[in-house]
Write a protein that binds this ligand. Structure first.
Ligand SMILES: Nc1ncnc2c1ncn2[C@@H]1O[C@H](COP(=O)(O)OP(=O)(O)OP(=O)(O)O)[C@@H](O)[C@H]1O
Ligand SMILES: [Mg+2]
Length: 356
């Protein structure tokens, strides 16, 4: 069975300028895939092409086995799209607008009223159904945007930074809606908020400068990046002796004093211990190394305040990937390149009017 959404080697250029380059993704029913990346990474471009609002320069998009190029209507019928700035008609009431959108999305006439009432209830819009969209708060407008995206019951929902500009309560509601939708359908959404991605997604795709740097379950990405275990140790004892003893444990690559400096308590030192990767020469199972670290400290007669395995966070994965990609580029071109200049100019000019 084909995946709900398949993106193969998608490239989109704006004139000569790179939007996205060679991006491949796939999404199954019941999955929420988060596109994560800094400003200008190509998230919006990817979502627009996937939703059929921008033509690709190269590559293919298929939804439920239908190719976007060969059967654009089949695809658009199966996708709901909440753009970063939904084109809502301010002079229409919420009810009329959703009715109009259900018609555009080709909901059969006999079902339109039922579908509209359904999304109004589901998105808690009953109180504002008769009001003009232009007079609604940002949070309500965003919910109307989501309502139009799901009014035709598409199996795939695409949302571009759906929680931007919302207050904390609305953010929680929007996330709950996305999560709920993801359970029955398939959701592709973008964000540059790592905690949001971790919270909502079964899989993450990290983008930077138009390219996909990595994708996988958040836990797999963090494990893959670290590759080797790490421990944080706080112990009462002489710094040099403790460090030397820990560094000598089999499977340890390096033990060093933690950069945060003195821990406050007299005579207590903080250290970071890096293990060797389990598969590499001299590598051992992380648990076995951890046990030996503890035994070594006990043998030295040094009271242990803390000994814990350090998890790599998604933040670290993100920073590491985007930094190493940048370094590789700079090494290749001798400078940060035309993109960086253009982005700096863009940053200097403020964000493109989206965050009002
Ligand atoms: N209409 C356009 N014309 C020319 N270049 C564009 C256009 N839209 C986007 N770009 C460029 O394509 C690249 C990717 O932009 P995109 O908007 O997809 O990034 P993004 O990840 O959504 O960023 P943000 O986090 O700021 O929303 C950027 O370099 C951007 O300047
Ligand atoms: Mg964007």
């Amino acid at each position: 069975m084909p995946a709900m959404l398949e993106v193969h080697h998608l490239t989109k250029r704006y004139g000569g300028r790179r939007g996205v380059e060679d991006v491949s993704l796939s999404l199954e029913r019941g999955e929420v895939l988060g596109l994560l990346g800094p400003n200008g990474a190509g998230k919006t471009t990817t979502l627009r092409v996937v939703s059929g609002y921008l033509p690709a320069t190269a590559g293919t998009v298929a939804v439920d086995g239908h190719d976007l190029w060969e059967a654009p209507y089949e695809v658009r019928r199966r996708i709901g799209y909440l753009p970063d700035n939904p084109p809502l008609y301010g002079e229409m009431t919420v009810y009329d607008y959703l009715h109009f959108m259900s018609e555009l999305h080709e909901v059969p006439r006999a079902h339109r009223a039922g579908r509209v009432n359904d999304v109004i209830e589901r998105l808690d819009l009953a109180d504002v159904a008769g009001r003009l969209i232009g007079r609604l708060s940002r949070g309500y407008r965003q919910r109307v945007g989501l309502a139009q995206a799901v009014v035709h019951e598409p199996p795939v929902l695409v949302c571009d930074e759906p929680t931007v500009g919302l207050d904390p309560r609305q953010i929680a509601q929007m996330r709950e809606l996305i999560r709920g939708f993801g359970r029955e359908h398939a959701v592709l959404f973008s964000s540059h908020i790592l905690s949001e991605v971790r919270l909502l997604c079964s899989r993450v795709a990290i983008m930077h400068r138009g390219r996909l740097l990595a994708q996988g379950a958040p836990g797999d990405l963090t494990a893959e990046l670290r590759g080797a275990p790490r421990w944080s140790v706080r112990v009462k004892g002489p710094a040099d002796d403790v460090r030397g003893a820990l560094a000598a444990v089999a499977g340890v690559a390096e033990a060093r004093l933690a950069p945060e400096g003195p821990s406050g308590e007299e005579g207590v030192v903080s250290l970071i211990v890096d293990g060797r990767p389990a598969g590499a020469a001299g590598g051992r199972r992380a648990e076995a190394v951890g046990d030996d670290l503890f035994a070594t400290l006990a043998r030295g007669g040094w009271p242990v305040r803390e000994l814990r395995a350090v998890e790599t966070t998604l933040e670290e994965v993100f920073l590491e990937l985007t930094a190493s990609e940048q370094a590789a580029r700079e090494a290749e071109t001798g400078d940060a390149g035309e993109d960086a200049e253009a982005e700096a100019a863009e940053a200097g000019g403020g964000r493109r009017g989206r965050r009002r």
